[in-house]
Design a protein around this ligand. Sequence first.
Ligand SMILES: Cc1cc2nc3c(=O)[nH]c(=O)nc-3n(C[C@H](O)[C@H](O)[C@H](O)COP(=O)(O)O)c2cc1C
Length: 330
Amino acid sequence: MSKNILIISTSLRFNSNSDLLAQSFEKGALEAGHLVERVTLRDKTIQFCKGCLSCVKTQKCVIHDDVNEIVDKMKEANVLVFSTPIYYYEMCGQMKTLLDRANPLFNADYKFRDIYFIASAAENGDHVWAKAVNGLEGWIDCFEKSHLSGVVFAGGVTDPGEIQGHQSLKRAFEMGKNIRQERRYSMKTMDKKVFDEQNVFGLGQPNDAFAQYFIGNSYLNGLTNPKECGLALANVTFEPGCRNNWHIHHATSGGGQILICTAGVGWYQEEGKDPVELKPGVVVVIPPEVKHWHGAKKDSWFSHIAFEAPGENTSNEWCEPVDDEAYLAL
Ligand SMILES: Cc1cc2nc3c(=O)[nH]c(=O)nc-3n(C[C@H](O)[C@H](O)[C@H](O)COP(=O)(O)O)c2cc1C
């Protein structure tokens, strides 16, 4: 599915290095079939946020300048890309002002989920852009449905256009081209509404029958009628922090359980082994007689389809809960 991508290029100079990076990102995204709009702040009038906070109630800014149109576009985009020159190891002032002025979006039904950061600077090294990304992440933290999906940095470029031939241009192109793939693998979310969109096999009902063997709330959505097809498939959803107790699937032959991860991110752990990250597309074959647990990460909803592998004399042994300290340290 193509995405609506808004690239905001914040350098004010002509033949800007960070803008050339943004243009490469744009070419990659267009090649992948996305809808892309690139706006530059070069010709825009932008005033500082006054801090009146009336936008929290009205979702409109009291200042009437060129920001309002950009903020409207930000609200509708699925992907936001910010490009900036590094100024004193930070994002440039006009980008920071734009982020402040985007405050009317705070309570709004904004659509952006993936955010990319693009920067250029005279010096090389991670320390040159780290504080700028940190600043942007502060903003992203306040827009909980979104997350930082990628960073491209070009160091060692000072004069306008000096970036020509720089390897970072290719990286920006590839990042633009691969937006869809990255999105598929970043489904961690605390936001129930966002998770519900991902959880295509449905939440179902509270899992009351097994609640005593779970920490936190889980839900069960039966997908098949075992009387008709002989196999009971159910989508199991775990709220953030929810996991089942250690347990063992017994069988005299065959048996065990299969998990097909469908939404969000979680954990699976066998006794004596390191935990394995669960995300959509991962399939776990749990052998019989192996003590294990599974559930959500502490900071994400998670769901998987579960079904018992056919076997003889199958039964389930529930053991102790997963230790809080060990779980929270994951
Ligand atoms: C006010 C100002 C501050 C700057 N601070 C830094 C800095 O802290 N570190 C750095 O490596 N380059 C710094 N630079 C250089 C720019 O980051 C560099 O020229 C960059 O490529 C400009 O990007 P642009 O062409 O997209 O505007 C600074 C430039 C200016 C004008």
